[in-house]
Design a protein around this ligand. Structure first.
Ligand SMILES: *Cc1c(COP(=O)(O)O)cnc(C)c1O
Length: 408
């Protein structure tokens, strides 16, 4: 990472606040052509001046690029920023691996870390495709798993077997926004000598930094808050440098790399991460409080509300509560859709975390092909709504919700 790290030139981002860090952390101070932005290097391969230059590279005497699947300068710049943001400081002990999308980050890690005959513990209320991958493709490769309720710590510990290699959870979870007590999970993992992986897409490093609690690996779908503008698909795994080096070897075989253009869009988005998260945290909290007092709303799931089961844990371990609010409308599947259709600001669509607010009825989006009973079995009720607050003005979002609920 030394070729992309700026700390040698005297910037010590731990001394700065989050917004300064979003802009400057992980960035080199000396750049090609004196450009302020990181260059986008479109090159599939990299050439050697002569055979001696090749041997110097092979022997590790120089750090440079070789081939596009093994690394790219723009991608490395994004990786340096992501690694630094994840722990709040530039550190040679922490590294990041950028992937083509969040799902690719998940599958690369699980394929690389779980040999045939091994076992993982995974919590429920998680990204549907992650659960599907574990249930179908990993099972076919001879990897067993046990599903435990998110935040059931006794259940997590009981599920650990001699073959268990990994405890996997999201935090906050999707869509019920359960927040894992990272200290308790790390204590279990250390007692039982297994590794831990948290998909912290909903939190971002602005709201929580699981590595600082002793979690081994953090995954983000960078498509969401990190990119932040609904214009790029990317994923990232962050953890200790040796484990990330092993995952990089796996990526060299699996091929799920992030292209330089996407890496640039991600770098660009990351510079405003702190600004966006401040606004999205504020919008989420204001919207959750408004909805929790509205007679047409049966229930609000948001860690910032005192009645949320993980409110105390979230208050201790998170900087903000996030921009996603899940809630149950007081009506059936059709009445809920009519309420959604009356909203003027949020677009109807999957995904979350971008500057535009997005709203969805999970029963009709990610879980459409299931019957109502099957959906209930995985905890998705027909009247559930998930709202990802964008960076719009808080008052405008609330006024829009109010008008849609008034005519409901
Ligand atoms: C979106 C998402 C993913 C998948 O990420 P992609 O970038 O869409 O592949 C994984 N986990 C969580 C929690 C997500 O929200």
């Amino acid at each position: 990472m030394s070729s992309t790290s700026g700390s040698a030139e005297g910037l010590h981002p731990t001394l700065y606040g989050d917004s300064t860090a979003s802009v400057h952390i992980g960035e080199t101070r000396i750049r090609a052509h004196d450009a302020i932005t990181a260059p986008v290097i479109f090159s599939a391969t990299y050439t050697f001046a002569d055979t001696n230059a090749l041997i110097d590279f092979q022997e590790g005497r120089v750090f440079r690029e070789e081939y596009g699947r093994y690394g790219n300068p723009t991608v490395r710049a994004a990786e340096a920023k992501l690694a630094a943001l994840e722990v709040g400081a530039e550190s040679d002990d922490v590294a990041a691996l950028l992937c083509s999308c969040g799902m690719n980050a998940v599958t690369t890690v699980l394929l690389a870390m779980l040999p045939a005959g091994s076992h993982l513990v995974i919590t429920d209320d998680c990204y549907r495709r992650t659960r599907q991958f574990v249930r179908t493709m990993l099972a076919r490769l001879g990897v067993q798993h046990t599903v435990v309720s998110a935040c059931d710590y006794a259940g997590i510990e009981e599920a650990v077997q001699p073959e268990t290699r990994l405890i996997v959870s999201e935090s906050p979870t999707n869509p019920y926004l359960r927040v894992l007590d990272l200290e308790r999970v790390v204590a279990i993992a250390q007692r039982r000598k297994v590794k831990t992986l948290i998909d912290a897409t909903f939190a971002t490093p602005y709201n929580i930094r699981p590595l600082n609690y002793g979690i081994d690996l953090v995954i983000h779908s960078a498509t969401k808050y990190l990119g932040g503008h609904n214009d790029v698909l990317a994923g990232v795994v962050v953890g200790g440098a040796p484990i990330i080096a092993a995952l990089r070897e796996a990526q060299a075989m699996l091929g799920g790399i992030c292209d330089p253009h996407s890496a640039y869009l991600l770098l660009r988005g990351l510079k405003t991460l702190a600004l966006r998260m401040e606004r999205q945290n504020a919008n989420g909290f204001a919207v959750a409080r408004f909805l929790s007092e509205h007679p047409r709303i049966k229930r609000v799931h948001y860690p910032g509300l005192p009645d949320h089961p993980d409110h105390t844990v979230a208050a201790a371990q998170m900087r903000g509560w996030g921009g996603v609010v899940s809630f149950e409308f007081d009506g059936d599947i059709h009445a809920t859709s009519r309420f959604i259709d009356r909203l003027r600001l949020p677009y109807i669509g999957p995904s979350l975390g971008g500057v535009e607010s997005l709203v969805e009825q999970p029963a009709l989006m990610s879980y459409y092909e299931l019957t109502s009973e099957e959906r209930l079995a995985v905890g998705i009720c027909d009247n559930l709504v998930r709202l990802s607050c964008g960076v719009e003005d808080t008052d405008d979002l609330i006024a829009d919700l109010a008008q849609a609920l008034e005519s409901a």
